[in-house]
Design a protein around this ligand. Structure first.
Ligand code: TMP
Ligand code: ASP
Length: 239
C-alpha cells in the first residue's frame, strides 16, 4: 500500500483526541489526530495548538522504532500531517499503565512522594470504560469481565514491560525521563497488536536534568507553556 491508494470512508468513531475512519480496505482504518485535549474523564476540555500534528509524527516514529525490536503494532503508514493508516483492531478494553517514577494517581492513591524512582517498574491494568471512570482492575477482574484470556493478559503485561525497557532507554538518550505511560492493544488476524498512540498525551516525560514536565500534565494542571512542551519533545525526539 502507498500514499494515495487508500480511500477514507465513513467516520467510525470519534474519541477525545482522535477520529477513526473506515477505508476502502476492510483490514485498514485511518486515525486522524485532533488538537482537542481532555483531562479528568473529559471534565476539563481544551485545545493544544498543533498537538494532532506532533502526536501523529511522534506516534508514527515510536511505532516504527518499536517494530525494529519485534513489537507488533497497528501502524501501517503515516499518510499526512494528521492521518495515520492502521490495521483495524478489535480493541481490548484494558489500559495498561507502566510506571518508573512516582507521579499522578500513584501519588494520589498510595502516598508515594512525587519524583521518587521506583525500585522496579509497576504495571497496572485499568478497565477502559469512561462511564465507570476507568477503574483500576487486576488480572482476575479482566478475565471474569471477559476482557481477555489469562494468556492474553500475560502477553499484554510482558509486552508492556518490554516496551518500557526500550522506550525508557530511548527517551533518556534524548534527555527525557519516561515517568509513566499508558498502552492499548487490540486483536487483528489472531495476533495482539499495540494500538492507539504513544505521545505526550499518553506518557509523562520530564526533563532529565531539571524534572520539568514536558507532557499533558501541563494542560491537566494549568502549568502553562503547553504547546512549547509538545514542541520540545518533538524536537528532542525527531530533531
Ligand atoms: P495516571 O497517573 O493519571 O493514572 O496516569 C498514568 C499514565 O497514563 C500517564 O502517563 C498518563 C496516562 N493516561 C492516559 O494516557 N489516559 C488517561 O485517561 C489517563 C488517566 C492516564
Ligand atoms: N484523556 C483522559 C480524559 O479526558 C484523561 C487524561 O488523559 O488525563 O478522560
Amino acid at each position: 500500500m502507498s500514499k494515495g491508494t487508500l480511500r477514507k470512508g465513513e467516520l467510525l468513531y470519534e474519541g477525545k483526541a482522535k477520529k477513526v475512519f473506515a477505508t476502502d480496505h476492510p483490514d485498514l482504518i485511518i486515525q486522524e489526530f485532533k488538537d482537542d485535549a481532555t483531562a479528568f474523564n473529559a471534565q476539563k476540555k481544551g485545545q493544544i495548538h498543533n498537538k494532532g500534528v506532533i502526536n501523529n509524527e511522534l506516534a508514527s516514529h515510536f511505532f516504527q522504532y518499536l517494530e525494529t525490536f519485534g513489537i507488533q503494532t497497528h501502524f501501517v503508514e503515516k499518510l499526512s500531517e494528521r492521518e495515520m493508516a492502521c490495521k483495524r483492531l478489535e480493541i481490548i478494553k484494558i489500559e495498561v499503565v507502566m510506571r518508573n517514577i512516582a507521579a499522578g494517581t500513584l501519588v494520589k492513591r498510595y502516598g508515594f512522594e512525587e519524583g521518587v524512582e521506583l525500585p522496579m517498574p509497576i504495571t497496572e491494568l485499568y478497565l477502559k470504560n469512561d462511564a465507570l471512570g476507568d477503574p483500576l482492575i487486576n488480572d482476575d477482574h479482566a478475565v471474569v469481565l471477559n476482557l481477555a484470556s489469562p494468556e492474553e493478559i500475560t502477553f499484554l503485561k510482558q509486552t508492556a514491560w518490554k516496551i518500557n525497557a526500550i522506550l525508557r532507554q530511548y527517551f533518556l538518550s534524548k534527555g527525557l525521563k519516561l515517568v509513566d505511560f499508558k498502552l492499548e492493544f487490540g486483536r487483528h488476524n489472531g495476533l495482539i497488536l499495540l494500538g492507539d498512540e504513544i505521545s505526550p498525551d499518553t506518557c509523562r516525560l520530564w526533563d532529565r536534568d531539571t524534572n520539568k514536565k514536558l507532557d499533558k500534565d501541563r494542560f491537566r494542571f494549568d502549568l502553562g507553556e503547553v504547546e512549547d512542551a509538545y514542541c520540545e519533545v518533538r524536537n528532542r525526539v525527531l530533531g
